[in-house]
Design a protein around this ligand. Structure first.
Ligand code: GLU
Length: 298
């Protein structure tokens, strides 16, 4: 499979050759193409970034491919028009806009928990913004900017359940989580008495919970809160969070320049209110607005 990045590289070369021809043809005309840019449109250009950097490449291409969740209310959920909505989606839009890429030029790709590292490694996506916990194991395979939010693992049960109040109550019970996620790994490693029922995506846990095939669902508090909100009267969260899940933006391993740049963008958005606005427009309709986290420039 051709990687996205190499496709973009050849596209950028073709674009350069084409613009040289256009300059010759226009001969003295203005810069052709920026005329329609309104004040609200992103204004960055490839020339604003170091030559050869991922930022310059993306700005030149005028598009970015973002991996996100498609089935998680509040963070990444595909709406009726086929484009995802949620806090992760808004974070990706902030990054794209700093590259001069409008939201119409973001290619959204569904990533589930297990395919995020391979999608980054294969170049199928430029970045992943998908409730993606930064941890040392994953850092062997991809780089992370962020965090831009701190979540924590918790448990969701049927509204009528009174037996399960925390992770220790999962012993001897069936608990649904997603293959390739940190909460599933945590159950396997630290709660081996629980019977893990692994699925491909969190939405696949809902029917098994409803019909009693599983007793609980476990993952990050904010993901579960989205499901509780979306299904009134059916489910509830129990107990406190019992892990730390700092959400990062996954990118190609070793692209420190791009990682540092995204960290700068995140910090600017924490300062100027865009991060808070993104939260309030999405997850903030259900959850309290947190303080922005400290970016970790490891
Ligand atoms: N934040 C956890 C993780 O990255 C759980 C959520 C998810 O699977 O996306 O594995």
């Amino acid at each position: 499979m051709r990687t996205h990045r190499s496709m973009r590289r050849s596209g950028a070369l073709a674009a350069t050759a084409l613009s040289a021809l256009l300059v010759l043809a226009a001969c003295g005309d203005d810069d052709g193409g920026d005329d329609t840019a309104s004040g609200d449109e992103p204004s960055a250009e490839a020339g604003d970034f170091p030559e050869g950097s991922t930022m310059a490449e993306l700005a030149e291409a005028g598009e970015i491919t973002v991996g996100t969740k498609f089935d998680q209310p509040l963070f990444g959920l595909v709406g009726p028009d086929g484009t995802p909505v949620g806090f992760d989606v808004e974070i990706a839009k902030i990054i794209a806009s700093e590259l001069g890429i409008s939201e119409d030029n973001i290619n959204w790709v569904e990533t589930v928990s297990a395919n995020r590292e391979p999608f980054i490694q294969d170049g199928q996506v430029d970045i992943v913004v998908a409730t993606y916990t930064i941890n040392d194991e994953r850092k062997q395979l991809v780089d992370f900017a962020g965090p831009y939010f701190n979540a924590g693992q918790t448990i969701m049960v049927l509204e009528s359940n009174t037996d399960i109040n925390g992770p220790d109550d999962l012993a001897g019970r069936r608990v649904c989580s997603v293959e390739g996620s940190t909460p599933a790994e945590n159950i396997r490693t630290n709660y081996p008495e629980a019977e893990l029922f692994p699925t491909g995506a969190y939405s696949d846990c809902l029917e098994p919970l409803r019909n009693g095939q599983v007793d609980a669902v476990t993952t990050d508090n904010v993901i579960l809160s989205g499901f509780v909100d979306q299904n009134p009267g059916e489910f509830k969260l129990v107990g406190e969070t019992f892990t730390e899940e700092p959400y990062g933006i996954g990118l190609e391993l070793g692209d420190t320049e791009f990682r540092n740049w995204i960290n700068d963008v995140l910090e600017a958005s924490f300062e100027d209110g865009r991060w808070e606005q993104a939260w309030e427009d999405t997850a903030g309709t259900v959850l309290d607005t947190p303080e922005p986290p400290e970016v970790d420039r490891y």
